[in-house]
Design a protein around this ligand. Structure first.
Ligand code: HEM
Length: 213
């Protein structure tokens, strides 16, 4: 345990924690997207997927425990890094130049992070913490996306998730030291592809359920 605390105290240790937990979330999002794509196959296919998912029983609880633990580590470490950065730079720059590899994604990481946390809480209330004796998961999705403000909210949220992932993916390889000029364009390209996949894959679901299904 001591090595863990010592590592978390160092700056590189914190960045490594952010990178590894972030990688775990990207993997979760990919699996989550694949599962949700069954919505395009209609209500029965989607409900059969949900049934298979719930049949995993204890495995689901282990995965949920992992998600919650990693979320706590990711958020608290991110907050510490944000505050340390503020302390190291007490006087804000007069001109906010996009120098030193600063992009919209990197500059907005803490803010997009807070937004995603808010979104996930609302999202869990919408679809996860529902009374299954009153409605199915499909009915919860159908009811939510019959309300236009939710369609807009979810679409904006997944675009923000995509921006966060796109910078996080690039940052992960920087932290792991894989920032060779030869590979960096390919890594950046892969990050953009992954975030586009999330933006389009998740983003079209509310529109599809609301207007086409
Ligand atoms: C339109 C896009 C999305 C749809 C339709 C959707 C749908 C769902 C549904 C139906 C559940 C409940 C599964 C169940 O309990 O049976 C769920 C859980 C969850 N979703 Fe989403 N989701 C979407 C996007 C996202 C995004 C972008 C994130 C993260 C940023 C996310 C994070 C989660 C988490 C953390 C859970 C809880 C997983 C668990 O406890 O097992 N979802 N989602």
């Amino acid at each position: 345990m001591n090595w863990f605390i010592t590592m978390l105290r160092s700056s590189i240790g914190k960045k490594l924690m952010m990178a590894l937990t972030g990688l775990f979330f990207s993997f979760f999002l990919l699996i989550h997207l694949i599962g949700n794509l069954t919505l395009y196959g209609g209500k029965d296919l989607f409900l059969s997927y949900v049934e298979h998912l719930h049949a995993l029983g204890p495995l689901i609880y282990i995965a949920e425990f992992g998600l919650l633990t990693f979320a706590i580590i990711h958020i608290s470490t991110g907050l510490i890094l944000f505050l340390q950065n503020l302390q190291a730079r007490p006087v804000r720059y007069q001109v906010n130049k996009r120098a030193g590899g600063r992009t919209i994604g990197s500059a907005t990481m803490p803010y997009t992070g807070v937004f995603i946390l808010t979104f996930v809480i609302i999202h869990l209330l919408n679809f996860h913490f529902i009374d299954h004796s009153i409605q199915t998961v499909f009915q919860a999705i159908d009811t939510t996306f019959s309300l236009f403000p939710y369609v807009i909210f979810y679409t904006i949220a997944v675009i923000i998730v995509a921006i966060h992932v796109s910078h996080g993916f690039w940052s992960l390889f920087q932290t792991l030291g894989a920032n060779h000029p030869k590979y960096m364009p390919a890594i950046k390209g892969m990050g953009i592809m992954l975030s586009l996949l999330f933006a389009v894959g998740f983003g079209f679901i509310p529109v599809y359920v609301s207007f086409i299904m």
